[in-house]
Design a protein. Structure first.
Length: 314
């Protein structure tokens, strides 16, 4: 995929446009945001998506590999009257009619969001906020997935983080980028590519009101480029910034639905929170569990414990 790098002046203009979009979304209602950013052929939004695609062409150079045997986690809050979920379809991406707007999916797009750590998955479910607003006890189901075949994902930030954290004139940064993009790179190119990533991360990690309208457009652009250049990408890896302190609390990956065939469910358990501390840190107790794999009928037989027991952090 040939690079056509913008100038820093062009990036400065686009960075301001992104800031204007973020501020505008924060001032309007959800209905207005949906109409302006999704339903109308708004020329500014068309330009936004096209510009995002041009930036992405410069950073989607080297997919990351999620290797076989890697574990990820997902949490579902149990609906009223539900003791546990036991069918495979209850653990993976939602049915299309229930696919709501998410950080990386427009309405009606099915993605499976998994987290690098169970506490990250719990925090992404907004469990603590739900518990504060509900009078009755809340239960949640934690499921561990294991990758059975290598999966290619894109992680935006592969240039920016080392570019700003490694000593500029040291051997470490030279070796990193020689291994990453070859020996013929120029420092000016790294600067521009890193600046592209800075803007993309601003869109991806934005936690302000209606922020998902922009980040879902970013996701659309990623997978359009993936299809155009046949990169084989099946997911987008991003930092979890759900914590109001803006502290990064783990990693998430939004997997395309086809990637589910490269995963197995290795454990699922029903729990209730027993103590919230701060950020993602909490204790919980388990009531039902199954250590997989599923039975021949595709269902999980859940075992009830003798009362609640305190589950160790896996």
């Amino acid at each position: 995929m040939a690079l056509s790098l913008p100038s820093m002046k062009q990036l400065k203009q686009f960075n301001k446009f992104v800031d204007d979009c973020i501020n505008h979304l924060g001032e309007i209602s959800d209905d207005d945001a949906r109409k302006i950013y999704f339903e109308n052929e708004n020329i500014n939004i068309i330009n936004f998506k096209n510009a995002i695609k041009e930036l992405l062409r410069n950073v989607l150079t080297e997919p990351k590999i999620i290797t076989k045997g890697t574990d990820f986690y997902r949490v579902r809050i149990l609906d009223d009257g539900v003791q546990y979920y036991y069918r495979i379809k209850d653990f993976i991406y939602p049915p299309i009619e229930n696919a709501k707007l998410g950080r990386l999916n427009p309405i009606g797009t099915q993605l499976l969001y998994l987290s690098s750590h169970e506490l990250t998955a719990i925090q992404e479910s907004r469990l603590q906020g739900i518990c504060k607003n509900e009078k009755e006890e809340i239960r949640f189901q934690l499921t561990r997935f294991q990758i059975t075949e290598d999966i290619k994902v894109i992680e935006i930030g592969g240039f920016l983080e080392p570019y700003l954290s490694l000593p500029r004139d040291g051997e470490a940064i030279k070796k990193h980028f020689q291994d990453y993009i070859g020996s013929d790179y120029m420092d000016s190119s790294l600067r521009i590519i890193s600046a592209c990533e800075y803007i993309l991360l601003k869109v991806l990690n934005n936690c302000k009101k209606n922020s998902y309208y922009l980040s879902s457009l970013l996701s659309e652009a990623i997978f359009e480029i993936n299809n155009e250049f046949k990169l084989g990408i099946e997911g987008v890896k991003y930092q979890s910034t759900i914590d109001q302190s803006s502290v990064v609390t783990g990693m998430n990956i939004a997997f395309q639905k086809e990637a589910v065939r490269k995963m197995d469910i290795r454990m699922t358990c029903v729990n209730r929170p027993s103590q919230f501390y701060f950020g993602p840190f909490m204790d919980y107790e388990s009531e039902y569990y199954n250590e997989g794999p599923e039975d021949d009928d595709g269902n999980f037989k859940m075992k009830k414990t003798d009362g609640f027991f305190k589950e160790r952090i896996r």
